[in-house]
Write a protein that binds this ligand. Sequence first.
Ligand SMILES: [Zn+2]
Length: 261
Amino acid sequence: MKILLICLLMAFSFQTSVSARNILPLSAHHKELAIVIDDLGNDMKGTEEILSLPVTLTIAVMPFLPTTRADAEKAHQKGHEVIVHLPMEPISGKASWLGPGAITTSLSDVEIRKRVEQALEEVPYAVGVNHHMGSKATADKRVMRIVLEICKEKGLFYLDSKTTGKSVIPKLAKELGVPYLENELFFDDVYTIRHIGKQARLLSKELESDESTIAIGHVGVTGIKVATMLKEFLPLYEKKASIVPLSDLIPEYHLIDESMP
Ligand SMILES: [Zn+2]
């Protein structure tokens, strides 16, 4: 056991600075905050500003779009974590909001599997999945079982951004043994600076009580506002918590991942 531990520690010491914090004893972490930014991949407003922020973010990139690959690569180069932002059918909304390759409840099992596997191939460096929209599809057991089975096969975790109260993801992820996380707060569910500021202050308050917190923002309409707000609030957040990639909130994830040859 001791030898194994020493080997692991040696392996860790060769990791990049982003991963290096994982060798800190747990007590040094205090509280953890993961900030996820959705909707990259389509040259959306605020992309550059978000990717240039001086902390490790988790960047959710949509597949099959003009800057899908470029955004994922840039995010990775800048030390951020990358996940796939899978477009999934909402109860209401325009089909055009979903983008290409969307997962809808009318598709066959074979077609869902094909689209999810293609989406994963489209986004380099992805270590997890969350969904874009999805209030209808994430309440559908048949659809989500296929999506989560693929996550299991590929060793990916799933972040449920809870776009519906009827999500079947927690139950299915548990059943299939897929690491699963839920977000607690959206910065920009209302597009105004006033609301984004209010959510930013609310997050600061939550950091005083919660051990680990996940917050989501977007590029696009609110991209610049979210980047500006984060620039202002990050020093405050960093006083209260370590800002970590999403996978750091999964206890076994880095141990499994980084001890692989
Ligand atoms: Zn989205």
